[in-house]
Design a protein around this ligand. Structure first.
Ligand code: 13P
Length: 263
C-alpha cells in the first residue's frame, strides 16, 4: 500500500518562537492522526530547534527541508548541502516552482539535487507543474492550461528531474504536482483535474520504472489546499497526499489536512 503523505512547506515564514509554537501544537494534534505520514519543512535556521522540540514526537511525524544543494561541501556561499541535512531531516523538497522561478534553477540542477538527496539516504519530493504556461493566465479560465500543455511540461520535468535514477532508488522518491497557477493564489485545481494529472504522472512512472515500483511512489497535489477543499483531493484514487504552503502555518488547519488523508 502506498505511503500517504501530508507535507507542510513553511516557506520563508515564521519567527523562531512562532516555529516552536507551531511545531509543539502539531506534535500534540498529529499524535492522534493515524495512517498518514506528516512532514514539516521549516525554514533552514529553524530545523534544528524544531527537531529538538520534537524529540519525543510520534514516529509518523517527520521533518523535511525545503531545498538542498547537491555538492557535499565547498565554496558555495549561502547553500546548505544534502550531506549536511543527513540525520536531521528525512525528506527534502526539490524543484519547487519558487526555486525554479525566483532562483532560476535549471532542470539539470534539480536532477543533481534529487541524486544528492537520495545518496544521503533521504527522500526527494520532486515538485513538478506546468511552469512555462503561467503567461496564459490572463487568457484562460482561471489561468488553467490545456491538459495537453500541462502534460508536455510535466513529462519534460519528470524526464529531466529523474534522469539517471535507478529502480532501486524509487523508494526514495515522491512526486508533488503543483500547478503554478494554483500556488498561493487561492485558486486550487479541482480534484478531478488534479487526479487526471496524477494519472498521467503515474503512467509516465510506469513506463520508466515498471508498474509495480511506480505503484509505490506517492503522488501529492499542492496549490491552495485548505481544510475547505481538501476532501476534493483526499477522495481521489491517484492522490496520496498534499503539499501545503499557507495552510501549513496554522496548526488547526494543517491538522485538518492530515485528518483528511488518515486511514
Ligand atoms: P499554497 O498552499 O500556499 O498555495 O502553497 C503551495 C506550495 O507551494 C507548497 O509547496
Amino acid at each position: 500500500m502506498r505511503q500517504r503523505l501530508v507535507v507542510g512547506n513553511w516557506k520563508m515564514h515564521t519567527t523562531l518562537s512562532e516555529a516552536l509554537i507551531l511545531a509543539t501544537s502539531l506534535r500534540n494534534s498529529i499524535s492522534e492522526v493515524g495512517g498518514v505520514r506528516v512532514v514539516l519543512c521549516p525554514p533552514f535556521p529553524w530545523i534544528v530547534p524544531v527537531a529538538e522540540i520534537l524529540t519525543h514526537r510520534p514516529s509518523h511525524l517527520k521533518l523535511g527541508a525545503q531545498d538542498a544543494y547537491y555538492k557535499e561541501e565547498g565554496a558555495v556561499t549561502g547553500a546548505v548541502s544534502a550531506a549536511m541535512l543527513r540525520g536531521i531531516v528525512d525528506y527534502v523538497i526539490v524543484g519547487h516552482s519558487e526555486r525554479r522561478r525566483i532562483f532560476k534553477e535549471s532542470s539539470t540542477l534539480v536532477n543533481e539535487k534529487v541524486h544528492a538527496v537520495i545518496k544521503q539516504g533521504m527522500t526527494a519530493i520532486l515538485a513538478v507543474g506546468e511552469l512555462t504556461r503561467v503567461h496564459h493566465q490572463e487568457k484562460r479560465h482561471h489561468g488553467r492550461p490545456t491538459r495537453t500543455e500541462a502534460r508536455s511540461d510535466i513529462t519534460t520535468q519528470l524526464e529531466e528531474g529523474l534522469e539517471g535514477i535507478s529502480k532501486k532508488e524509487v523508494g526514495q522518491i515522491a512526486i508533488a504536482y503543483e500547478p503554478v497557477w494554483a500556488v498561493g493564489t487561492g485558486q486550487a485545481a479541482d480534484g478531478v483535474y488534479a487526479n487526471h494529472i496524477a494519472e498521467l504522472i503515474r503512467k509516465w512512472l510506469t513506463r520508466r520504472f515498471g508498474a509495480s515500483l511506480a505503484g509505490e511512489i506517492p503522488i501529492l497535489y499542492g496549490g491552495s489546499v485548505t481544510s475547505e477543499n481538501v476532501e476534493e483531493f483526499s477522495g481521489q484514487p491517484e492522490l496520496d497526499g498534499v503539499l501545503a504552503g499557507g495552510s501549513s502555518l496554522k496548526a488547526k488547519e494543517f491538522t485538518a489536512l492530515c485528518h483528511a488523508f488518515a486511514r
